[in-house]
Design a protein around this ligand. Structure first.
Ligand code: ADP
Ligand code: MG
Length: 259
C-alpha cells in the first residue's frame, strides 16, 4: 500500500466522511424595527470529522449568525442543525451544557475572557468545570499557553494584555479542552500576519493529527487556502468557493491511476 493510500485509509477508518455537525436548509431571521433580516438563508453545510472549514464574507454577511447556529447557541427560524445526527432542536438544556462543556469549543469574536482571572486561570477554568484533574489541568494549560506564545503572560489579566494576546488566550482556552469541534469567529482578527498564520497552522495540525473539526470565519484571504474547504458567505447564503491544498492532494491520491 502506498503511503498516500494508507493516509486515506487511515482518515476514512477514523470517520473522515462522517459529519459531526450538519446544517440542513437552515435559516435564521431577525425582526428589526418591523423589518425582517434574513441573516442566514437556507444554508446546508456538513462539518466532517478531520475537516478544517473557513467561512469568508463581508461584515454583515451572516458568518457569526451561522457559527452560533452550528454551536447551538442560537436556534434556526427554519431548518435543522444536527450534532452527530441528532437534531439540536430536541436537545434538553442539560444536553446543550454537555455539548458546550465537552464537545464544541467556541472562540468568540469578542474573546469572552473573564476580566478578574489571569490568562492561566481563564484557560484552566473550563478544564476545572469539566472535572479534569489538577496535574492534567496544569499540564494542558501550560502547554497551550506555550503553543500560542504566551507562556510568559500566564499571570496577566486580560486588561494587561493586547487585543491580539487576549485573542490568543481565547484560542488557547478552546484548544485546551480538546473538544471535537472548534467554532472560531474571526480568530485572527486582532493578529498580525505571522501570528495569524501560526494560529491557522495550529488549526491545521489539530484537524490532521487528532479527530477534530474546525470552522473558522475570516476575511484574511492569505489564510484561506490553509483550510480544507472555503465557503463564501453572502447575504446569508453560502457557496463552496474553493478547496485547500490538502483536499486537492487527497483528490489526487484517490485517482484510480495513482493506485
Ligand atoms: P457577520 O458576522 O458576517 O458580520 P452577522 O451574522 O453578525 O454577520 O449578521 C448578519 C446580519 O444579521 C446583519 O445584517 C446583521 O445586522 C443582522 N443581525 C445580526 N444579529 C442581529 C440581531 N441580534 N438582531 C437583528 N439583526 C441582527
Ligand atoms: Mg461576525
Amino acid at each position: 500500500m502506498s503511503q498516500a493510500t494508507e493516509q486515506i485509509t487511515e482518515r476514512e477508518s477514523r470517520g473522515a466522511s462522517t459529519p459531526i455537525i450538519q446544517a440542513i436548509n437552515t435559516s435564521r431571521d431577525y425582526q428589526l424595527a418591523g423589518e425582517i433580516v434574513h441573516a442566514v438563508s437556507d444554508v446546508s453545510l456538513d462539518v466532517r470529522i478531520g475537516e478544517f472549514i473557513t467561512l469568508v464574507g463581508r461584515s454583515g454577511s451572516g458568518k457569526t449568525t451561522l457559527l452560533n447556529l452550528l454551536a447551538g447557541l442560537d436556534h434556526p427560524t427554519s431548518g435543522h442543525v444536527l450534532f452527530e445526527g441528532a437534531d439540536m432542536a430536541n436537545f434538553s438544556e442539560k444536553q446543550f451544557i454537555q455539548l458546550r462543556r465537552y464537545r464544541i469549543g467556541v472562540v468568540f469574536q469578542s474573546f469572552a475572557l473573564l476580566p478578574l482571572l489571569s490568562a492561566y486561570e481563564n484557560v484552566e477554568l473550563p478544564l476545572r468545570i469539566a472535572g479534569i484533574g489538577a496535574s492534567e489541568r496544569s499540564k494542558r494549560t501550560n502547554e497551550v499557553l506555550e503553543i500560542v506564545g504566551l507562556g510568559r503572560r500566564a499571570k496577566h489579566r486580560p486588561y494587561e494584555l493586547s487585543g491580539g494576546e487576549q485573542q490568543r488566550i481565547s484560542i488557547a482556552r478552546a484548544v485546551a479542552m480538546r473538544p471535537n469541534v472548534i467554532l472560531a469567529d474571526e480568530p485572527t482578527g486582532e493578529l498580525d500576519s505571522v501570528n495569524a498564520a501560526q494560529i491557522f497552522g495550529l488549526f491545521q495540525e489539530m484537524v490532521h493529527e487528532e479527530e477534530m473539526s474546525i470552522v473558522a470565519t475570516t476575511h484574511d484571504s492569505t489564510l484561506l487556502d490553509m483550510a480544507d474547504k472555503i465557503y463564501t458567505v453572502h447575504n446569508g447564503e453560502i457557496e463552496l468557493s474553493g478547496v485547500g491544498t490538502r483536499v486537492d492532494a487527497d483528490a489526487r491520491f484517490k485517482r484510480p491511476d495513482d493506485e
